[in-house]
Design a protein around this ligand. Structure first.
Ligand code: NAD
Length: 356
């Protein structure tokens, strides 16, 4: 199995180093895995003048999975748009057609007090959001800012989906539900947006292939409200790019820390990019205090979805729960009075838990 490792910028290299300790352990146990590192984001701009160099893209195309850290930093914010680190990641998603974005939002029992919501609302929470990632209003045409006949500036974006784009991500939603509690909630705004009327129609058509999954529909405004009112009513949510962007960030806050949440972005061939949902955290980079657990849990998702080793994914998840149970906390998840561990102490503890 070939893994491309793109650590990126800021805390990316610090937390990827911890995930690689886990991989090294599995390798020592006999797992046949080969990792190759490459530049992406700001570091790639520094070294090659391009946030997604050709060699990095080629490596990713030839790999079974991509372990991605994070990209970006204030020193790149004044570059022309096509040279910005974020452009490298967007291009990678588009080039590899990574259309299905899976974001679990799970509250570990040991951290139910870390959310801004009441513990009884979030304790035991375990949601999966499946977001379409390569279509919708982010990519639709016409787009832009122009001056109309009356001399007024007009901003335009276009929400557009064809039925095949909806169908393929709907399958991911149903399959994710099938592997869990078999409940899928499709989120749209069909009462006012025709593009999402089509979304609903196609999801209903696809549901005929999954009679064992209970399908419900919810309008996005209600879904935003229900996610903070009673988030435990959801099992899997499937939705378009724009609504998924907003709802998945909302769901991440239910869990307390952005440093705990992994994600997977997959294409039809099963190739996936696995990354924490957070960014490069320039405010804490280089200090050895970042939480590496979202990165390590991203590795677990890689085992589950691209490498088809659910057994290893479960081992990693159990080890993470084990270290939380032991009371290990990085600064972002520590409450007052708790001892704070460094990034590498947390990574070492996960490896020790895996060995035990
Ligand atoms: P961020 O997610 O990097 O940080 C937000 C806050 O969360 C910061 O206070 C940070 O210290 C904290 N945080 C994030 N990850 C943490 C971790 N693992 N452990 C402990 N604390 C953590 O968001 P931002 O500050 O808005 O963005 C910083 C840079 O990251 C920007 O350049 C942005 O464009 C980029 N970004 C990249 C990605 C990506 O690589 N996919 C995603 C989002 C933002």
């Amino acid at each position: 199995m070939k893994i491309a490792v793109l650590a990126g910028d800021g805390i990316g290299p610090e937390i990827v180093a911890e995930a690689l300790k886990v991989l090294a352990l599995f390798k020592s146990e006999g797992l046949d895995i080969e990792t190759t590192a490459a530049d992406v984001g700001g570091i790639a701009v520094d070294h090659h003048g391009d946030p997604l160099p050709e060699a990095t893209l080629k490596l990713c195309q030839m790999s079974d999975a991509i372990l991605f850290g994070s990209i970006g930093g204030p020193q790149y914010d004044t570059l022309p748009r096509e040279l910005r680190p974020e452009r490298g990641l967007l291009r990678l998603r588009k080039e590899l057609d990574l259309f299905a974005n899976l974001r679990p939002a799970r509250v570990f029992p040991q951290l139910s007090g870390a959310s801004t919501l009441k513990p009884e609302v979030v304790a035991g929470l375990d949601i999966m959001i499946v977001r379409e990632l390569t279509g919708d209003i982010y990519f639709g045409h016409p787009r832009g800012i122009a001056v109309n006949a009356a001399g007024l500036r007009v901003g335009t974006n276009t929400m557009v989906y064809d039925e095949e784009e909806i169908r393929r991500v709907a399958h991911w939603g149903f399959q994710a539900a099938r592997a869990r509690r078999r409940e899928l909630c499709s989120v749209d705004k069909m009462n006012v947006l025709e593009a999402t009327q089509l979304w609903r129609d196609v999801v209903v058509e696809v549901s005929a292939e999954y009679p064992d999954v209970k399908l419900t529909h919810m309008l996005v405004d209600n879904a935003a409200m229900q996610l903070v009112r009673n988030p435990k009513q959801f099992d899997v949510i499937v939705t378009g790019n724009l609504f998924g962007d907003i709802l998945s960030d909302e769901a991440s806050m239910l869990t307390g820390s952005i440093g705990m949440l992994p994600s997977a972005s997959l294409n039809a061939a099963g190739l996936g990019l696995f990354e924490p949902i957070h960014g490069s955290a320039p405010d804490i980079a280089g200090r050895g205090i970042a939480n590496p657990l979202a990165q390590i849990l991203s590795l677990a998702m890689m085992f589950q979805y691209s490498l088809r080793r659910a057994d290893l994914a479960q081992r990693v998840e159990r080890a993470v729960e084990g270290v939380l149970e032991q009371g290990l906390r990085t600064a972002d998840i520590a409450t007052k009075g708790e001892t704070v561990s460094s990034t590498s102490e947390m990574g070492d503890a996960v490896v020790a838990a895996l060995r035990a």
